[in-house]
Design a protein around this ligand. Structure first.
Ligand code: S3P
Length: 441
């Protein structure tokens, strides 16, 4: 793969059916849970992206065997206390905040001390948000300046905790939920709304969990020391990956696209709600439920009548990974769009709020920022002619994909570096672009 791509032409109109790769959040959770189950688990459609491959490497280092078959991966778990760890091991989470944080939750009872490291981008991210609650359980944790590397040695005298998750971070909530499985008694969590795949998985596995959904937060209770059996699971398509193709279609001329079998859990569909409010035509077809997760085919078509949005911050957490691509639609909308309280965007693989503003300004779109609120001044006739070079974005996969879609829909000559970044979440990104007729060199 070349280290950079060139885009010189807008994509021509298309009318196609595609499937995006499987959901990253659910893939990582399914592997980690299979590694803690008693007996055999089979996972079908597992996302084979770098974040998930790193998850596989980590559980292997923790003594869990798995085999890859044509259609699935098979895992052999020994229950909640089933890791068999050598001394002084180092787990490399690569680029994945989800893996690093969730596995720390599982290691809350580790008898040996284990070091978690990550790549340059992950090593710049805050870990105190998860080490603090894990210390409350009784784990011993060392980390410098709240960042990786984190050294954890668990406790054999864990206690359940009462914890308030205030950031709306599913990674923090899920790490605490996984740690709660190890502590005797009932852990109580009050969590600001965020994706609920872990809660749904726990229910499926008959883990004693109670969830009460309030308007702005959820109350979760988990009874610890509850082993669960191996399971079979088929991972649905990823709405975050899908969103790049939704926007590609919306901003292209006379195009239609159906994306098959996408997870449309309402804690993830902020992007659909926002794009629909902006006048995009998006429909769900063949909606069904699979083990508590809603799944559908998503139909989308071009729109030359995009309007601005006053985005309610109540949608922030359910669209948290999609704002970059949503901003691109706002850049082409009629009117001024406002987005509020987006501080969490700067805590991602790159400081996404800062980077998005820079990119929008680079392409001549006016953006006003007051703290973490922004206004984007849309230009329905935005048609780029210049040269645009995109680099130094901490190899953030979503920045790479957002700028590729900008190049394919807005015009101009684009040179985008760090092509490999797509492997983090969406290894078939270029293959699908190719299927749709995009020219990317
Ligand atoms: C994720 C949660 C979100 C999201 C990330 C995946 C998860 O992060 O941005 O891509 O799988 O739990 P936060 O929990 O930090 O908001």
């Amino acid at each position: 793969m070349k280290s950079r791509i060139l885009i010189k032409d807008k994509i021509k109109s298309f009318n196609k059916k595609i499937a995006v790769t499987s959901d990253k959040s659910i893939s990582i959770r399914s592997v980690l849970l299979a590694s803690q189950a008693i007996g055999v688990s089979k996972i079908f459609n597992l996302l084979e992206s770098e974040d998930v491959l790193n998850t596989l490497k980590c559980i292997k280092k923790l003594g869990i065997n798995y085999k890859k078959f044509n259609s699935h991966y098979k895992f052999y778990g020994f229950g909640l206390k089933g890791y068999n760890t050598k001394k002084n091991i180092v787990l490399d989470a690569g680029n994945s905040g989800t893996l690093a944080r969730l596995i720390l939750g599982i290691l809350v009872d580790s008898e040996k001390s284990i070091k978690i490291v990550g790549d340059k981008s992950l090593s710049k991210r805050d870990f105190s948000r998860i080490t603090e609650p894990l210390k409350m359980f009784g784990a011993n944790i060392l980390s410098k300046k709240r960042k990786l590397p984190v050294l954890i040695s668990g406790s054999t005298f864990l206690r359940p905790i009462i914890y308030e998750e205030k950031l709306g971070s599913a990674q923090c909530k899920s790490a605490v939920m996984l740690a709660a499985l190890k502590a005797p008694g009932i852990t109580k969590i009050k969590a600001k709304k965020s994706r609920n795949h872990t809660e749904i998985f726990f229910k499926n596995l008959n883990i004693p969990i109670k969830v009460i959904n309030k308007k702005k937060y959820d109350l979760i209770e988990i009874e610890g020391e509850s082993n669960f059996n191996g399971f079979n699971y088929t991972v649905p398509g990823d709405i975050s990956s899908c969103s790049f193709f939704l926007v590609l279609t919306i901003l292209s001329k006379d195009s239609r696209l159906t994306i098959k079998n996408v997870n449309i859990n309402s804690t993830r569909t902020g992007v659909i709600k926002i794009l629909k409010k902006m006048n995009a035509k998006i429909l769900y077809k063949n909606k069904k439920y699979y083990k508590g997760e809603a799944v559908a085919d998503i139909y989308v078509e071009s729109s030359n009548n995009i309007k601005s949005i006053k985005c309610p911050s109540s949608l922030n957490s359910s669209a948290i990974d999609e704002f970059l691509i949503i901003f691109l639609v706002a850049a082409k909308a009629k009117g001024i769009s406002t987005f509020k309280s987006l501080g969490e965007l700067n805590m991602k693989e790159s400081p996404r709020l800062n980077i998005a503003i820079k990119i929008l300004r680079k392409i001549g779109v006016k953006v006003l920022r007051v703290e973490n609120d922004i206004k984007i001044f849309g230009q329905p006739n935005l048609n780029l002619k210049g040269n645009y070079e995109i680099k130094n974005f901490r190899k953030d996969h979503r920045v790479f994909m957002m700028t590729s879609i900008a190049g394919l829909t807005l015009g101009g000559n684009w040179k985008i570096y760090d092509t490999d970044s797509v492997k983090t979440s969406f290894p078939t990104f270029f293959k699908i672009l190719n299927q749709l007729g995009a020219k990317v060199n």
